[in-house]
Design a protein around this ligand. Structure first.
Ligand SMILES: C[S@@+](CC[C@H](N)C(=O)[O-])C[C@H]1O[C@@H](n2cnc3c(N)ncnc32)[C@H](O)[C@@H]1O
Length: 368
């Protein structure tokens, strides 16, 4: 491999791999390959910084430290010791090692974590505690051991703007993923009539304005020995120059005025409050305003409802409201096809996704 070129992997929620790969290509990352659960890519440190700064749908990005076969613990220790730990970790850093094992002889994940941790500390050598912590991921699959170093730190959905949330908020990465799957690029209006804490419209405003989602937060790579602050600042300045004004209106409504206040606060912290029109409205009263666009929402499901747990009346109402939106694309998440059919809308399944551990489907279609 060329000097300075590393193997990276961006982990995503299931169903978001292709959207994430498209995001990577759009920012010029190379050798992008999707696998279930994420996207591998190759590049320099600069590419790793850019991926953390720009990717809206990745959960975390890791650098591959090494891969080798191993079937016993002394061998694992010996091979782990040889890995180039010092390139990414300063001596004196506390290590948090997390291991998974599948179809392998070494199955005891606690012992895997301890063995890798001991070898890494020995390889790094003495260092007085520096107050830093680094996550190390170990994956054993069919006796092949893959060791990775986390570059993100806090998960990437934590953009820093959502300090408060309503009930059942969407992860920011999933909200961005829905917009990516629906290929919404800001050129038409966006409406979320069940906006809760505002995640869908806030993510929409951030991406349509080309605001880098990672520009206001810290990352694990900032603690690595080769940290290049100047390069990071240059990438931040470049990102600020690429911002643009919002091409189309964004509307977010909810019947709960308290949750709308939460949404407004989140939008303010994200720097996009001026781009979103928040309205207090019951779903039944929502009507199209302006040119056709995308109506996207995350209806209540998996929670107790006024109708005694039967969600079909709610989806029927969503259907009645949706039919007012001639020429619009309508999209929503639902846990099963029966509910999508209850809406009576011309929607088809577009992607199987995971929302907080619950399997859901994105349904979408155009109302004619
Ligand atoms: C699952 S939450 C949406 C969460 C949101 N996507 C987020 O990320 O925070 C559903 C929202 O629908 C709102 N809601 C439920 N029934 C409604 C109705 N009939 N009219 C308007 N809003 C309603 C609730 O107040 C709640 O905020």
């Amino acid at each position: 491999m060329k000097r300075g070129i590393e193997e990276f992997f961006a982990a995503t929620a299931p169903g978001l791999e292709e959207v994430c790969a498209a995001e990577m290509r759009a920012i010029g990352l190379e050798e992008v390959r999707t696998t279930p659960g994420g996207v591998a890519f190759r590049g320099e440190l600069r590419d790793l910084y850019r991926a953390n700064l720009w990717l809206r749908t990745a959960g975390r990005i890791v650098v591959r430290l090494g891969e080798f076969g191993s079937r016993d613990f002394p061998d694992l220790y010996k091979k782990t010791l040889r890995l180039p730990w010092g390139r990414f970790i300063r001596p004196g850093t506390a290590l948090r090692v997390r291991a998974v094992s599948r179809r392998s002889r070494l199955v005891h994940t606690g012992r895997l974590e301890a063995t890798v941790g001991e070898a890494a500390l020995r390889a790094l050598g003495e260092g007085s505690p520096n107050g830093l912590e680094q996550l190390v991921l170990v994956r054993l699959e069919q006796d092949r051991c893959l060791v990775s170093i986390d570059s993100s730190g806090e998960l990437l959905h934590r953009r820093g703007y959502r300090l408060h949330a309503g009930a059942a908020p969407l992860r920011e990465t999933l909200a961005a993923g829905l917009l990516g799957l629906l290929q919404w690029d800001g050129s038409v209006p966006l409406l979320d009539p069940l906006c809760g804490s505002g995640t869908i419209v806030i993510e929409g405003a951030l991406s349509a304005r080309r605001i880098a989602p990672g520009s206001e937060r810290a990352f694990a790579f900032m603690n690595w020995p080769g940290w290049r602050q100047g390069l990071w600042e240059a990438l931040g300045a470049e990102a600020r120059r690429s911002q643009r004004s919002l091409p189309s209106p964004l509307v977010a409504s909810d019947r709960d005025s308290a949750v709308l206040e939460v949404a407004r606060g989140n939008a303010q912290r994200a720097g996009v409050a001026d781009a979103i029109d928040f309205q207090c409205s019951a779903l039944a009263d929502v009507r199209p305003q302006g040119a056709p666009g995308l109506l996207l929402c995350n209806p209540p499901y998996g929670e107790r409802l006024e109708s005694g747990g039967d969600l079909r009346p709610f989806f029927r109402m969503l259907g009645e409201v949706g039919r007012r939106f001639c020429g619009w694309q309508i999209a929503f998440l639902a846990p099963d096809e029966r509910l999508a059919r209850a809406s009576g809308l011309p929607v088809v399944p577009r992607a199987r996704l995971d929302n907080g551990g619950l399997e859901v489907t994105l349904f979408a279609g155009r109302v004619e």
